[in-house]
Design a protein around this ligand. Structure first.
Ligand code: GLU
Length: 288
């Protein structure tokens, strides 16, 4: 992998791209171009019930409208379950993942007081060392974080980062009780299988990185470099997201959309066409 830059944009097609997702798409594309590398698009549709039909194609056409064209045909995570199953099996056989019978209510009862808005930290009830499933059927599958210690990593924009995975996050889900693959496992398997050298994505995902680094370590996969881009905040000061109703990108004026996205990355573009604006942005990105 040394020296070979391969980047990706990996949208979850829960709706059309909004201004914030274009910033992440543009940054990943610019970073690939500035490094003379290649750029892929991966549709992260593992959470199928949350992905309305057609949103994937809409996203691809939005990207094309601003001139962001992948260098190879996109892949869909919903078609890659066999890869995730093989990785989970490997982890289970290595004693690094285990079946969990607990419902949300069981976890809340066993976990005691927790941060009000954070995700519940799994108290480890079904850990093999604590007796495992004890005859109950496995609902979900979790990664064992025992021994992960303090995961340290370097972000190209945010600098040195660290997280005590076992105490701050706990044993996280790899396959959900409803049978769906979890983002953490799918993203790690795909980034490695596709040979991604550089992950460039929104800062809201930065604190997922230690979980991903841990899975890479457990699966013996090379870690990519990471760069987390600034978030676009709405007028209410919250990050733009499909969940809080961010408007779909207005692509009636692709140049304006590109200028605005580039502006969030600290790039002021003057070019008069989308193609020239992209070229200008690549040279500015190189000098950042
Ligand atoms: N699919 C994730 C999202 O749209 C991004 C995954 C990633 O870039 O690692 O939030």
């Amino acid at each position: 992998m040394a020296g070979r830059y391969l980047g990706r944009f990996a949208p979850s097609p829960t709706g059309p791209l909004h201004a914030g997702s274009l910033v992440a798409a543009l940054a990943s594309w610019l970073d690939a171009r500035a490094h003379g590398g290649r750029w892929l698009v991966r549709i992260e549709d593992v959470d199928t019930p949350r992905c309305p039909p057609g949103a994937d194609q809409l996203i691809l056409s939005q990207l094309a409208a601003v001139g962001l064209l992948p260098d190879a045909p996109p892949v869909w995570q919903s078609q890659r379950g066999a890869l995730y199953a093989a990785a989970l099996q490997h982890l289970v056989e290595a004693g690094r993942a285990y079946g969990c019978a607990c419902s949300r209510r069981d976890i809340a009862a066993a976990a005691g007081p927790q941060p009000r808005h954070g995700e519940l930290i799994y108290p480890g009830t079904c850990r093999p060392a604590r007796g495992g499933l004890q005859g109950r059927p496995a609902r979900a599958w979790r990664a064992l974080t025992e021994g992960a210690g303090r995961i340290e990593w370097q972000d190209r924009r945010l600098g040195a980062q660290a997280q005590a995975l076992e105490t701050e996050v706990g044993d996280f889900v790899l396959k959900r009780a409803d049978g769906l693959w979890a983002y953490q496992l799918a993203v790690v398997v795909d980034d490695a299988e596709q040979g991604i050298s550089d992950v460039v994505r929104g800062e809201d995902l930065a604190d997922n990185t230690p979980r991903q680094r841990w899975l890479q370590q457990l699966l013996g996969l090379p870690p990519p470099r990471y760069l987390h881009t600034p978030l676009v905040l709405g007028t209410n000061g919250e990050k733009l997201s499909k969940q809080n109703g961010a408007a779909a990108l207005d692509l009636s004026d692709p140049l304006a959309a590109l200028r605005e996205a580039a502006g969030h990355l600290g790039l002021r573009l003057h070019a008069g066409t989308p193609a020239d604006a992209l070229a200008e942005a690549v040279s500015l990105w190189r000098d950042l």
